[in-house]
Design a protein around this ligand. Structure first.
Ligand SMILES: C[S@@+](CC[C@H](N)C(=O)[O-])C[C@H]1O[C@@H](n2cnc3c(N)ncnc32)[C@H](O)[C@@H]1O
Length: 203
């Protein structure tokens, strides 16, 4: 099951995403960790290059059991707010002392967060073919304050689908955002998978 899940495009849509992650919640942490999950550390490092205050609250969008939050903490971020659609994934994060706020939300309604006030958002291993399409970037940009930072990742399946990078380009040419960082490197090295880490600054 591990390789099947890790190697395939997560071909669930928005409707069955909760079911997909409920089933994966028991083994997710150990499967990705045993495959050397490198993307959270890379993304947390990228974000850390551009923040001025490490106590700036970071929205860890789709936090799952908290591997992304652990990486953000290791880079020095002290105030993490984790949001996810899967209560099973989030229950695992709740067992760890990582997040100041943990909230589960309905994907059809979106997270209940005031727009235009966040200074930093991470979306690590989240934006994907199916449930979390390129338009999810619009939500992140609505939540950000001017000059807010958005660090996110695209796995190999996402990079193979040109609509995701096209969306990023739309932001940078409009220009609604400045591209601060982009790096292609290891995601799950033991499974031979790579990812991009990007960081954008809202105009
Ligand atoms: C592959 S996990 C990665 C999460 C974590 N950031 C990490 O690096 O380990 C993807 C997470 O996205 C969440 N998710 C799926 N669809 C979502 C949506 N539409 N909005 C927010 N989160 C979603 C899932 O519940 C799951 O916990």
């Amino acid at each position: 099951m591990a390789d099947n899940v890790l190697n395939r495009e997560y071909d669930h849509g928005r409707d069955d995403a909760r079911d997909f992650y409920r089933k994966w919640s028991e083994t997710y942490d150990s499967e990705v960790s045993s495959n050397g999950y490198a993307t959270p550390k890379r993304c947390a490092k990228a974000l850390s290059k551009f923040v001025s205050e490490f106590n700036t609250p970071v929205l860890d969008y789709a936090c799952s059991p908290g591997l992304s939050g652990e990486a953000l903490r290791e880079e020095g971020f002290t105030t993490l707010n984790g949001y996810d659609i899967s209560k099973e994934m989030q229950a695992l994060a709740d067992e760890k002392p990582i997040y100041s706020v943990l909230k589960c939300f309905n994907p059809d309604e979106g997270p209940e967060i005031a727009t235009g006030i966040l200074h930093a958002i991470s979306a690590i291993g989240v934006i994907n073919v199916g449930a979390v399409p390129p338009s999810s970037n619009d939500l992140m940009f609505d939540l950000l304050a001017p000059a807010g930072l958005f660090a996110f990742t695209f796995n190999g399946h996402v990079l193979a689908n040109p609509t995701f990078e096209a969306k990023v380009k739309q932001y940078t040419v409009s220009p609604r955002a400045e591209l601060l960082f982009m790096e292609y490197s290891n995601n799950l090295p033991a499974a031979g998978l790579k990812s991009n880490v990007d960081a954008l600054k809202k105009a």
